[in-house]
Design a binder for this molecule. Sequence first.
Ligand SMILES: NCc1[nH]cc(CCC(=O)O)c1CC(=O)O
Length: 334
Amino acid sequence: MQPVQAPFPATRFRRTRATPALRALTQENALSPADFIWPVFVRDGTDVMEEIPSMPGVHRRSVDRVVEAAREASDLGIPAICLFPYTDPSLKTKDCAEAWNPENLSNRATRAIKDAVPEIAVMTDVALDPYNIDGQDGFVRDSDGYVVNDETVEALVKQALSQAAAGADIIGPSDMMDGRIGALRAALEAEGHHNVALLSYAAKYASAFYGPFRDAVGASGALKGDKTTYQMNPANGDEAMRLVARDLSEGADMVMVKPGMPYLDICRRAKDAFGAPTYAYQVSGEYAMLAGAARNGWLDGERVMMESLMAFKRAGCDGVLTYFAPEAARLLNA
Ligand SMILES: NCc1[nH]cc(CCC(=O)O)c1CC(=O)O
């Protein structure tokens, strides 16, 4: 773009800011409930809502309460809900078999939502960490603690097929193994799941902003070491473009950058370079910063929420995974 401007006073930028009408006419981006994917935490039990201490206002919900949340989301115009299970520690094993149990929490919640609120899209998470005694997203090799790639991908395929069989509309591989998008796409096609979409966590960084999420899914205690041998180095941007290109070429329908706010440059570059449906994940630590400061009276909670969400649209994102989804949608619908 080559902006052309007359010299002052012929150009006064404040003219188009002078009234609400002029500001509305010149607004470049818009936010709508249709931009949101709402991540929710699922636990076992009935009629349970349990607040997560490091994420004020966010809860773990039993399946019946997740169904209510899905109905609420749908009524608000939110098109998708994303499930993260809090797995009972007794179900975490070295072989992570609970990940592809057709009756696991995620699959039970998916079926219950698709029965009661079929119009909302259900997104599920592909990664082994909720089921892994080691808290890692893949299998840990005993000899040296390395998270092995190819064996993990085989397990992720089983996990994703169980999610598709339960009725998931969008599968979100958040594991960062190499080659998983191609393997998942081939397996979904072979099993007849032609319309199950893959939203790849393509550029997922090894970030300290995931801390509260690991509390929420009960992985903090289990996790030994960090995830730096598979998640990205926060110093890298060009590598993110190569990952997005790779995942699109393997059959991803949509791509994600994660975390969100510290990585808006990556969102913009990905959208400009590939033009694919692009999403950001405003992660747990970003939510905790804003919601925590608002609770303390240090920030205006509603305004920072809306400003942070608009920033994703301005950066080129088609949508955003955000724990603020219902609150922001209520404000937008008011
Ligand atoms: N597969 C793990 C996973 N899936 C989503 C998140 C983080 C989401 C958030 O922080 O809100 C993580 C955490 C991690 O990689 O350790």
